[in-house]
Design a protein around this ligand. Sequence first.
Ligand code: THU
Length: 138
Amino acid sequence: MTDPGTIDWAALQAAAQSAMKHAYAPYSQFPVGAAALVEDGRIVSGCNVENASYGLGLCAECSLVSALQMSGGGRLVAVVCVDRNGAALMPCGRCRQLLWEHGGPDCLVQTVRGVLPMTDVLPDAFDASDLEERGDAG
Ligand code: THU
C-alpha cells in the first residue's frame, strides 16, 4: 500500500475544490468535487452533474471515473472528495463501489476521520472476484 505521507494531499484537495466549482447542482444546491492521483502520476477530477430526474444525477466520483477512463485508464491511488467549503466529504455507497472497482483495496481516501484505505471505506466489498469465484463460471 502507498505510504499516505508520500501523497500530495493538498494538491488533491485543491484539484477537488477546483472541480467542485464546475458542478451542475441546481436541484440539490450541493456542489461536490472529487480528485484522484492515478498510479502513473496524473491527477483526474470530476464534479456532480444533476438532472431533472433527480435520482439519475451523477456524483462527482462518477465524473472522476469517466475522466480516468477517457484519459487512459489506470488505477486510482488516492482520492479526495470535497463539499462547497472544501471539506472532506464521504463518497456515497454507490461511489464507494465505483472507487473500489478502479482503485482496489489499497486505494487511499481522505475521509472525515483522516486518510483510510478502501478496505475501511467499504469493508467486505463485493467485487469481480465474487463473480469469478461464486458465479457459474467459477
Ligand atoms: N454527491 C456526490 O457528488 N458525491 C457523493 O459521494 C455524495 C453526493 C452529490 C450527489 C448530488 O448531486 C448532491 O451531492 C447531493 O446529494
